[in-house]
Write a protein that binds this ligand. Sequence first.
Ligand code: SME
Length: 158
Amino acid sequence: MDKAALYAEVNAQLAALFAEETNGLANAANMCAVLCHGLPHLNWVGFYFIQGGELVLGPFQGKVACVRIALGRGVCGAAAQRGETLIVPDVHEFPGHIACDVASRSELVVPLLQNGQVLGVLDLDSPELARFDAADCDGLQQSCSLFLQHSDLTRLLG
Ligand code: SME
């Protein structure tokens, strides 16, 4: 199956889940499970939400992760500060990359943008070099839009 078809399937599953629920914590947790089990070659999928001006770990699937990340630090902090999706083909080449799982070789981070404001990030790690491309970027930005449209994040932000 090509990536566009895979993301169409995964995002249809997310839309169906979110149609039944608006709890932001529950939707974030289920989104991690759908992505982690539905997409190949990943070793970490999770959320960070902005609290007190820094990124704080939210629901995830994978190994224990760094809990707090300052804006501008690592791939997640850079994506949140710039409000831009970042694709890092080789994390060892990214200055300041934060290694939570030594198996991670490439990474994609999508900022959660609502009305021009960054609320957090979705972070995906892969044990493969250059795992992520423009099709992943499009598919995951769509996943994040669905999540933001249907989820009440009031209790996750601060
Ligand atoms: N690698 C990320 C930190 C989060 S973990 O990968 C789960 C970064 O550099 O921001």
